[in-house]
Design a protein around this ligand. Structure first.
Ligand code: UDX
Length: 457
């Protein structure tokens, strides 16, 4: 099969690479010439486990190519994936301008029958717009071929994107066209042991499914963060509550982990876009608004714990921060809780020494524009970050933070406070060996066992 993927961002690049795994020939298009040149050399613009190997071997096998020319890429493609960015606008609405401009370019450039597939996350009705833009242009060109427009939202998680694409929970195909449904079934069949994992529905239903799924995940997290706060006030350990709740099959264990708040390029943006979709129809999306508000408040929780512990005297304090990425397995810092934490701490006069296995370059670039950039230092080792620190804050649950040598940590630190933003540690053990432990939604009694079975990572 010949496939064009428009957009070499997270979704586009993973889609292009993983499609070559089954022998498809894929051309991936991006407007950024430098990025395309680097990708042609097998250099990745993002950190995603397993991706580089697939890209390099597909390049070597001649199955994958990168180009800036949409026209040449789509000329003989059976399938064209639209995977360009749909960023959030200032008012929370989704900016679909890049998707619509690709639709215009496709209307001019397609030369034969094709299935156009929207993978970018787009508000309900965008697929209809894409279709009318393309059809309008084909009419003007008196084109004698057929183009179907399908919504096929992407559900991959950063850090596990390749595995998610290769063995998906479900594939949503939104189209009323029998021909398009069949073509999509053929394309995805090798990724499914049974075809019952493909769900066919209307295009608008597919678009809504993507948003509603991410909003549900966000809601679970915000719900647990709220329960965690209540637990702190009731002398209850939320980790036991989480396990007790998750044991109910109807509830399940996933996405019940309280913590420093959800970040990333999807959950915060998609919740706000769905609120805006409701507002455009004069609906008050009160649950989703609360989910978003709770998350914004949650990103302040770690700072508040430090502030209270030091009685507001953060001036001159040295704070070690472990973890900068919005979650483990990625160098992505978009909407990462660590950024809010560091900003607030520095504003309060603290000095930061930070470590992350892969996200330090991005974070350094992010803070370079701030006048106080010099107060944020980066080190190559987690242990180097804690030397002389008044407190350690764990913000991202990378595996290598899970079992530190607490004795040497204690010797290296000046203070005794550990703020565990992901509830990684055994609170009682830490207290017994002399740390002042603060988790999220748990007291200090130490009756709970350690919980290392994070389901999301
Ligand atoms: C999400 C969706 O999971 C994925 O299906 C969609 O395609 C894109 O958006 P992603 O943003 O990569 O994926 O990360 P995810 O694993 O969902 O985590 C999002 C955030 O929620 C992270 O900041 C994570 O730390 C936080 N989280 C997750 C929690 O705080 N608690 C949890 O229980 C789970």
């Amino acid at each position: 099969m010949k496939i064009a993927v428009i957009g070499a961002g997270y979704v586009g690049l993973v889609t292009a690479a993983c499609l070559t795994e089954m022998g498809n020939r894929v051309v991936c298009v991006d407007a950024a010439a430098q990025k395309v040149a680097a990708l042609k050399r097998g250099e990745m613009p993002i950190y995603e486990p397993g991706l580089e190997d697939i890209v390099v071997s597909a390049l070597n096998a001649g199955l994958l190519d990168f180009t800036t020319s949409l026209e040449s890429a789509v000329a003989s493609a059976d399938y064209v994936f639209i995977a360009v960015g749909t960023p959030m606008q200032d008012d929370g609405r989704c900016d679909t301008s890049a998707v619509l401009s690709v639709a215009r370019a496709l209307g001019q450039s397609l030369t034969d029958d094709a299935i156009v597939i929207t993978k970018s996350t787009v508000p309900v009705g965008t697929g209809d717009q894409v279709e009318s833009i393309i059809q309008e242009r084909l009419r003007l060109r008196n084109a004698a071929f057929k183009v179907d427009v399908v919504s096929n939202p992407e559900f991959l998680k950063e850090g596990a994107a390749v595995a998610d694409f290769m063995t998906p929970d479900r594939i949503i195909v939104g189209s009323d066209s029998q021909h398009a449904r069949e073509m999509m079934g053929v394309l995805y069949a090798p990724y499914l042991r049974r075809n019952d994992r493909i769900l066919y529905m209307g295009r608008r239903e597919a678009e809504m499914t993507k948003y509603a799924s991410n909003a549900m995940l966000a809601a679970r997290i915000s719900f647990m963060n709220e329960i965690a706060e209540l637990c702190e006030h009731c002398d209850v350990d939320v980790e036991d509550v989480r396990l007790g709740m998750g044991a109910d099959k109807r509830i399940g264990n996933a996405f019940l982990f309280p913590g420093a708040g959800y970040g990333g390029s999807c959950l915060p943006k998609d919740v706000r876009a769905l609120i805006a979709t409701g507002e455009d129809r004069a609906l008050d999306m009160c649950i989703l608004k609360s989910v978003d508000e709770r998350n914004q408040a949650q990103k302040r929780v770690m700072f508040d714990k430090l502030y209270r512990y030091f009685d507001g005297q953060l001036e001159g304090k040295a704070i070690a921060v472990w973890g900068l990425a919005f979650k483990p397995g990625t160098d992505d810092i978009r909407e990462a809780p660590a950024l809010n934490l560091i900003e607030k701490l520095v504003e309060a006069g603290a000095r930061i020494v930070a470590y992350d296995p892969v996200a330090m370059a991005n974070t350094r670039r992010y803070f370079a524009k701030f006048p106080y950039a010099a107060r944020v230092r980066f080190v190559d080792e987690p242990n180097a970050a804690v030397v002389g620190a008044d407190a350690l804050v764990v913000v991202t649950e990378w595996k290598r933070f899970r079992q530190p040598d607490f004795r040497s940590l204690k010797l290296a630190m000046r203070g005794r406070l550990i703020v565990d933003g992901r509830n990684l540690y055994h609170s009682g053990h830490l207290s017994r060996i002399g740390f002042d432990y603060r988790g999220v939604g748990r007291d200090n009694k130490g009756l709970n066992p350690p919980h290392r079975d994070r389901i999301t990572t």
